[in-house]
Design a protein around this ligand. Sequence first.
Ligand code: FAD
Length: 296
Amino acid sequence: MLHRLLATCLPLVPTPVMRRLSARYISGEAISDALGRLEDLKAEGYPGVIDLLGEEVPDNAAADAACEEYLAATEGIASRSLDAYVSIKPTHFGLALDAKACLARFRRVAELCGELDLRVRIEMEDAHYTDATLSLYEDLRSTHPHSGVVVQARLLRTPTDIAALGPGDHDVRLVKGVYLEPAEIAHTDPQAISDAYVSCAEQLLERCAHVSFATHDDVLVERLEQLITSASAPPPHELQVLDGVRPSFWKTWRTAGHTVRVYVPYGSDWRAYSTRRMRRNPELFKAVTKSMLFGE
Ligand code: FAD
């Protein structure tokens, strides 16, 4: 209740204060900020992912602008020899406006990534977009096999979606799912979400050429470790984390032998984006507030 109230008041917080509070999570407004952060992480031994903040663009011009920005970010990754790749929300490329044009934008970015020997990731948004995103992924993968997608353990449909992935290799990031979905279509209890995550992980380890486990949940990572150790021939896999979230665990996991890839968001839309996300998911707001007040 208190968190909902605080989340409602977020627009009243002065921008410089919000900026200071979010500095740990958002690298800055320009591509150079994100690339600079990736260079720092590289020096510490962490590969990265770049995300330009934004979603649900109002028109095709905004989607085209996002596409140009992602092309520039991809060039920047290559020219600085970073172990990183771009990760894109379909509605940022106009999925809600025109699915064909959205695919064409993804193809442009994936084409460049292919030339530069980089991966590219399609992110997963709320459940209205699951079908369209999976179909976008299969279309993109048919011409650009270095493309990957995200699936959400929270959704009841996900085991079926994993089973229905097309023939050939897949590169999948598994997340709990940041969008709160109704009980008719999703697990809502945290333990049930974690159990579903482990079960999806098992399926993905059997089905994929590469799996990324994106989570900061240390208990869940222990369960994943057991799963990986007991699998007969697990594919290459890695852990992925959001920049600024529970960094002491990154070190523990890396020391245990895991690749830990850090997700670095940037962009001028940081304030609207953070506010929207925290409103949609009060648990996220709680996590961020707790982490800002008490460290980890
Ligand atoms: P939780 O149980 O939520 O968190 C574990 C611990 O980490 C708790 O102590 C919690 O307080 C802390 N914590 C978690 N998140 C934060 C935070 N933001 N700030 C401060 N503390 C935090 N979701 C999608 O729906 N689609 C995507 O495409 C997507 N991509 C992602 C990519 C990456 C690299 C990561 C790490 C997450 C992504 N997510 C995505 C979000 C994901 O679905 C979860 O909402 C998020 O990771 C929190 O869940 P958790 O597994 O860390 O477990």
